[in-house]
Design a protein around this ligand. Structure first.
Ligand SMILES: [Zn+2]
Length: 152
């Protein structure tokens, strides 16, 4: 696993090194010890989940592997602003099927962002909350069409 020089863009979150053996950007926190084979599973499963949701591999998210406390209790996080996905690496407490569940969940958010861009969105830090509200409204309409309404 080759590491390149630090990418200054990520220092605002976590100190990471870029793993240069991948075609798309992959970063691993300096605080994480992960074997190349284990990192490869994250990368491959992320790609597979994207394809499952109909997103081309050319749109691959930037992968960032962080330590448990670097994600504030979450197992994964997708950021539509810069198309990055962060996963925690916790070999002892996360089962492989749980990890896959997290990857699928985050890649569903990838698909949502992909659809939003096709519907004219440019998601930025400034309009991110408007984007989330737009997503919620879209889901509400879809649920209404399914006949799901307030019980009150
Ligand atoms: Zn979520």
């Amino acid at each position: 696993m080759k590491r390149s020089a630090k990418n200054p863009n990520w220092t605002k979150w976590v100190v990471t090194d870029r793993i240069v053996t991948y075609a798309s950007p992959v970063y691993v926190s300096e605080r994480v010890g992960i074997k190349p084979k284990e990192l490869h599973i994250f990368y491959q499963d992320t790609g597979k989940a994207m394809r499952m949701f109909g997103v081309a591999l050319t749109e691959m998210s930037t992968l960032i592997i962080v330590a448990v406390d670097e994600l504030h209790g979450a197992a994964g996080a997708y950021d539509p602003v810069d198309n990055t996905v962060k996963y925690i690496w916790d070999r002892d407490n996360v089962l492989p099927e749980e990890r896959l569940g997290v990857i699928i969940h985050e890649m569903w958010h990838r698909r949502q962002a992909y659809d939003a861009v096709r519907e004219g969105w440019t998601i930025t830090h400034e309009n991110k909350s408007a984007y989330i509200a737009w997503l919620a409204e879209k889901c509400r309409k879809r649920m209404e069409r399914l006949g799901v309404t307030d019980a009150e």
